[in-house]
Ligand binder design. Structure first.
Ligand SMILES: Nc1ncnc2c1ncn2[C@@H]1O[C@H](COP(=O)(O)OP(=O)(O)OP(=O)(O)O)[C@@H](O)[C@H]1O
Length: 238
């Protein structure tokens, strides 16, 4: 399966965010999306997730070169700031999510099993989400999105609010998604990109470009990324 972005143009008013940007993402690989503040990473995710219209170009999915119904395909987007119904308890929310999505889930487990998987302790599962810490809310949002195993999984700055143990567990969870999904995450943490990614995608100057995977572990990688994202070509940091 491939996610194909072709000649994407997106602007807010007069401000162009993408100018005929193109990129093809493949299943079985984890992509790290790097770009400066305001370069358009969240905007790209919202376009891919069908939450935001764009001016022109196309975003489509292909299975073995045959187009797949994109509108009908589930795209999982984990937002940088949790978006969860804070009037529910963690347990109620996960149970509700299972009930809503049972048809498309394989090996449905209990709400307790899912909450345990992301380290939400028993005594916290029946507390209101509004009383969870930011990191705990993020964990709940992440597991709710991941448990339906969407073919396209987008993670906007994941792990930043997690403690070291949780971050380690979440990395394992993200890695476990890669065989069945196209996984793209945005981050400003180079170490995380180096640890998790098969390929780095740079969003710079309104375009998407790839850094060859063999460069990721090489010395001088950080300098190469900084140079590539610096404004020598006249791109404004916005
Ligand atoms: N709804 C909107 N209306 C107008 N401008 C917007 C809107 N959403 C985003 N923008 C602008 O589009 C640009 C890209 O924003 P976006 O949030 O996608 O960047 P980002 O790469 O995710 O940034 P960061 O790394 O700081 O989180 C910014 O200049 C932002 O101000």
């Amino acid at each position: 399966m491939e996610l194909i972005i072709k000649d994407l143009v997106k602007q807010f008013g007069n401000k162009k965010i993408f100018d005929a940007a193109s990129f093809t993402f493949e299943k079985g690989r984890i992509y790290g999306l790097l770009g400066r503040n305001g370069s358009g990473k969240t905007t790209l995710f919202n376009c891919i997730a069908k939450d935001l219209a764009y001016e022109s170009g196309s975003i489509m999915l292909q299975d073995n070169a045959a187009p797949r119904d994109y509108q009908d395909t589930e795209v999982g987007l984990v937002h940088a700031s949790p978006r969860i119904p804070d009037f529910m308890t963690g347990y109620e929310f996960i149970k509700f999510f299972i009930d809503m999505n049972r048809d498309q889930m394989n090996n449905v487990r209990t709400p307790d099993a899912y909450l345990a998987k992301v380290g939400i302790a028993k005594e916290d599962r029946h507390r209101l989400l509004r009383d969870y810490s930011h990191g705990m809310q993020n964990k709940v949002q992440m597991i709710a999105t991941m448990m339906i195993q969407p073919p396209v999984l987008l993670l906007d700055e994941p792990l930043t609010s997690f403690d070291v143990v949780a971050a380690h567990e979440m990395k394992e969870l993200i890695l476990s998604m890669k065989s069945d999904s196209i996984v793209i995450f945005s981050t400003h943490i180079l170490q995380l990109a180096q640890d998790l990614c098969d390929e780095i995608v740079l969003l710079h100057d309104k375009q998407l470009t790839s850094i060859p995977s063999e460069k990721i572990k090489e010395p001088g990688f950080e300098e190469a990324i900084v140079a590539a994202l610096s404004d020598k070509k006249g791109g404004d940091p916005q």
